[in-house]
Every structure is written in C-alpha cells, then in structure tokens.
Ligand binder design. Structure first.
Ligand code: MG
Length: 165
C-alpha cells in the first residue's frame, strides 16, 4: 500500500514535462487530474497556456485525457472551454472515484492504450498517484498549483499526505 503511494516521476508543474523522454519510454496516453494539476481549484475553464501545451502534445502524437472525481457538469463545461481544434481530441471521464482504477482503465480502453503506455499526472497522493499506480500506469506527481484556495477536505488530505512526500 505505501509502495503504491510513490510517484514514478515528480515535477514542479505539468509544464516541466519531458515529452520526449515519456515518448521514448513508450508512453502514448497522458491522463490528467484537473483541480490544482491542470488549473487552480475550481477554475471554470482551461487557460490559453494549457490549451497551447495540450495542442503541442497532441501534435506530437500523444492522446490526452482527463480523469476527475468531480461531477459531470464541472468536467463537461471545463472541456467545452478548450479551443475547437483540440476539444474533440481530449478524452474525459467524471465521477472517477480515484483511487478506483475504473476511470483510468476506461480511458485506456477508449484510447486503445495499454496501462503500461499511459501516464497519470496529479497533485494528490491518495487519489491520483495511488489510483494510477493501482491501475499500472506511470505516475507523475506535480505540486498543487494553488493550495491556498482548496476546500477544507482537500487541505485535510494534504496533512495526511505529508509524511509520505
Ligand atoms: Mg487535484
């Protein structure tokens, strides 16, 4: 269990990603948490920097997807905010109940990627990293974009995470 809390890779944020290295190691599908990984907690829409970055990854041959525990409305309206040329290319699943494996495996199946060809990026050990490891993915821990505006239950989880970081 503790072993499964250990990310394979750590970055300061998603923009530190070494896409060439991931590609060389056989990664084809990049999965992301939204809140505090792609954008600050509850940011309603993706920003331009994020859209440009995802466009370049898709252009480089990766498939991108979002695995979130949030409700359908939150995810659907966020994805709706991507520019026309990439919106349809971004897979997503909501209510994923991470650390359950189901959301990760659903998007792997949808993308035609094996879990061994998939990386999961997230800011929380007990959901994103534990779930990604349980599903057999390469896990990437990023620092939360803005921990100052998280709801109390997330801040509580951060306290519990601390000894494992
Ligand atoms: Mg998060």
């Amino acid at each position: 269990m503790f072993r499964k809390l250990k990310p394979d890779i750590r970055y300061g944020d998603i923009y530190d990603t070494d896409a060439d290295a991931l590609k060389k190691s056989g990664i084809k599908l990049l999965l992301f948490d939204i809140d505090n990984t792609l954008e600050p907690y509850s940011a309603p829409l993706p920003g331009e920097r994020l859209s440009d970055w995802l466009r370049s990854l898709i252009g480089a041959g990766f498939t991108a997807g979002i695995v979130s525990n949030a409700k359908r409305e939150r995810i659907a309206s966020f994805v709706e905010g991507f520019p026309d040329d990439i919106r349809e290319r971004i897979l997503y699943t909501y209510g994923a109940a991470k650390p359950s494996r189901k959301g990760f495996l659903r998007l792997c199946a949808e993308a035609g990627a094996d879990p061994s060809e998939t990386a999961m990026f997230g800011d929380q050990l007990f959901t994103d990293i534990l779930g990604g490891n349980r599903a057999g993915l390469t896990t990437v821990l990023v620092k939360p974009i803005d921990p100052g505006i998280e709801p109390p239950f997330v801040r509580f989880k951060r306290l519990i995470e601390r000894p494992f970081l």
